[in-house]
Design a protein around this ligand. Structure first.
Ligand SMILES: Nc1ncnc2c1ncn2[C@@H]1O[C@H](COP(=O)(O)OP(=O)(O)O)[C@@H](O)[C@H]1O
Ligand SMILES: [Mg+2]
Length: 622
């Protein structure tokens, strides 16, 4: 009995005796701790002392049931402590028998506020898990799925009911069948696998990129009993990164290729120029002429390749004007015909009255040649085949551009298209994905520059290419170019005639292209005497750009003579000397401006514009 009393006394649970009217008759230390009243405060008072007012009838019912000999077990409810704070308790109330009669009740209360808090915390955690975008899964150490949140349903496509109880290996693509076993082995040793990027299979069979973190789950004793699997779908991020990498790679290749091609072009000009000079010196007959012809042939091939590289790098676009695609194609038809073998029919299906495109004619020529030659090469030389070139115009809206074209930044509007279709070998998806890469080729003697150049040209013209192909049946390349819009926006209206006098061919060409493309008529002279003659014979000249150092007749003398012919003609000096130095030398004859060499096309345009505006306003001093 004493033993029992000491057990009661030492229990953490509140153990309270009460009679059938509800009066407290005994009160242990656990009750003091839970309810806050000392035994002498509580004994003799009604049990209602502990009952919140809104639950008073609860105690009535309990007493009624006790009176009827029933027991109430693990009844979770709320009671109040001394001072009025509510407390969550679990009650077990049993009748106390004495001499065959029920005389009262024992009231055992356990403080469950801690448990309640945990439960609330768990409910919140569960809500967080449920609302997560990430797949959150738990599995046992053999990989059997235990829980599966709605994020997992979204990421993997399986409902929780389908996944639970199965081995997680149903998510593994064949090539990664071993992965899960290895991961679980590491987890079983207490390791965590963090941000592991891999691939998993969705229910619909698609492969997705995921980043997975897998951690051990421990029970209260610290034993590892399972693994949590948190996975994020990174398929889109991966695709984006891949595209960025690709773009950057192509850009750097383009810069490099363009830089080299540019220098190379200049060197080739030297090679071809000197070779033709040698040809003039050599006797017209003889083997040396043959060798020279071979040299020229090789140099021309090199020049063609260089043109492809320049086009690819976007550096090849120079002379822009309205081009009628159908006309261009019928013009180059003969050339195309001559470049493909006899077994190939070239069929043209050209639309009349297409709007012009604002383009570099030479580049479009190059583009068409590249596409047609590829079509012919896809057919080969062993069988008859057909390459069809069609043109047309079409309005493109954003939904089409987004769905069908690689260049999604295209503006909607009118486009002129040219389509080159062949019935050759076609290509598989893997080839198709790489055809625009520079140096990608599947041909024994291929260079892999044709389509890279084509893409460079099309993009340089704000257009797009659409490719479709079926292995064994042929390919279709459809090029879209904006119709006339650019021409309308920037009409090269005539703005006057400019004479450029310079002994350097390169300088003359840059000046010509820069000025012609914005509407000037340009005359060129390669020394002072030629320049003076032109001023004399071409009255339309509105401005002269004059180099200082030239053979035959230098700038100083030329300037004096031009002044004598036309005192009002604005003359801009151009030199590698500094402006101050040049002005000092030319003090005697006023000049309209100075253009520092070497100059860019923008610099010469700006200078010409400025001087002409000043001349029109009559502010040019003589
Ligand atoms: N019309 C086509 N039919 C089938 N494959 C093509 C076609 N056009 C291009 N290709 C593929 O694209 C690759 C790259 O073409 P391109 O850049 O012109 O270089 P090249 O012609 O020197 O190989 C070709 O090697 C070929 O595999
Ligand atoms: Mg090619």
């Amino acid at each position: 009995m004493a033993r029992l009393a000491s057990i009661v006394e030492s229990s953490d649970d509140a153990m309270i005796g009460k009679d059938l009217t509800g009066t407290i008759v005994s009160w242990n230390r656990g009750a003091e701790a839970i309810y806050g009243y000392a035994a002498e405060e509580a004994v003799g008072r009604s049990i209602n002392l502990l009952v919140p007012p809104e639950r008073l009838d609860e105690e009535q019912q309990i007493l009624a049931r006790i009176g009827a000999g029933q027991r109430i077990q693990h009844f979770d409810t709320v009671r109040v402590r001394k001072g009025g704070t509510p407390i969550d308790v679990s009650l077990t109330i049993s009748p106390v028998w004495e001499g065959g009669r029920i005389v009262g009740a024992s009231h055992v209360a356990r403080d469950i506020s801690e448990r309640k808090r945990l439960e609330a915390g768990n409910a919140r955690l569960a809500a967080i898990v449920e609302s997560s975008e990430d797949a959150i899964i738990s599995k046992d150490l053999s990989g059997i799925v235990e829980t599966w949140n709605s994020g997992a349903e979204r990421v993997y496509g399986y409902a929780a009911a389908e996944a639970a109880g199965r081995s997680i290996s149903f998510l593994l693509p064949a090539a990664r069948a071993h992965e899960e076993r290895e991961i679980l082995a590491r987890v079983a040793h207490g390791e965590r696998v963090q941000h592991f990027e891999t691939q998993r299979l969705r229910k619909d069979g698609t492969l997705i990129d995921v980043s997975v973190t897998i951690s051990p789950i421990r029970d209260t004793t610290g034993q590892i009993v399972g693994a949590s699997h948190v996975a994020r779908d990174i398929t889109e991020r991966r695709a984006f990164e891949e595209q960025m990498r690709q773009t950057q790679r192509l850009e750097s290749v383009g810069l490099l290729a363009g830089g080299i091609a540019h220098d190379f072009n200049n060197l080739l000009t030297g090679i071809i120029g000197n070779a033709s000079l040698i040809g003039e010196e050599l006797p017209p007959q003889g083997r040396s002429q043959e060798f020279l012809a071979g040299l020229m042939m090789a140099a021309k091939r090199a020049a063609e390749l260089t043109a492809q590289l320049l086009a690819y790098s976007g550096r090849g676009r120079f002379v822009v004007g309205p081009v009628h695609l159908s006309e261009l194609i019928s013009e180059i038809h003969v050339l195309v015909r001559a470049s493909v073998s006899r077994n190939i029919t070239i069929r043209l299906d050209l639309a009349d009255h297409l709007p012009p495109v604002h383009a570099d004619r030479n580049q479009l020529h190059q583009l068409l040649m590249n596409l047609v030659l590829n079509g012919a090469e896809a057919i080969g030389e062993d069988r008859a085949g057909c390459v069809t070139v069609r043109t047309g115009a079409e309005h493109l809206d954003q939904s089409y551009i987004r769905a069908a074209l690689s260049n999604k930044e295209l503006a909607s509007g009118e486009y002129v298209w040219v389509e080159v279709r062949d019935d050759g070998c076609g290509m598989d998806e893997a080839t198709r994905a790489r055809i625009f890469d520079p140096f990608f080729t599947t041909k024994f003697m291929g260079r892999g520059l044709g389509l890279a150049a084509a893409l460079g040209i099309v993009q340089g013209h704000n257009g797009a290419i659409r490719v479709s192909s079926t292995p064994g049946y042929g390919s279709t390349f459809k090029v879209f170019l904006p119709a006339g819009a650019m021409a309308r926006r920037d009409p090269p209206r005539h703005r006057g005639t400019v004479l450029v006098v310079d002994d350097e061919e390169m300088v003359r060409q840059v000046a010509r292209v820069a000025l012609e493309s914005c509407g000037y008529t340009v005359l060129l002279a390669s020394d002072g005497r030629e320049g003076v003659e032109m001023v004399e014979t071409a009255p339309s000249i509105g401005l002269v750009i004059l180099d200082i150092t030239m053979p035959i007749m230098g700038g100083e003398e030329a300037l004096r003579r031009m002044r004598a012919l036309h005192p009002d003609l604005p003359i801009v000096l151009s030199s590698g000397y500094s402006e101050a130095e040049a002005r000092r030398r030319f003090e005697a004859h006023a000049i309209a401006g100075f253009l520092q060499k070497p100059y860019t096309s923008a610099a010469i345009r700006k200078k010409v514009e400025k001087v002409l505006v000043m001349a029109a306003a009559g502010t040019v001093s003589r």
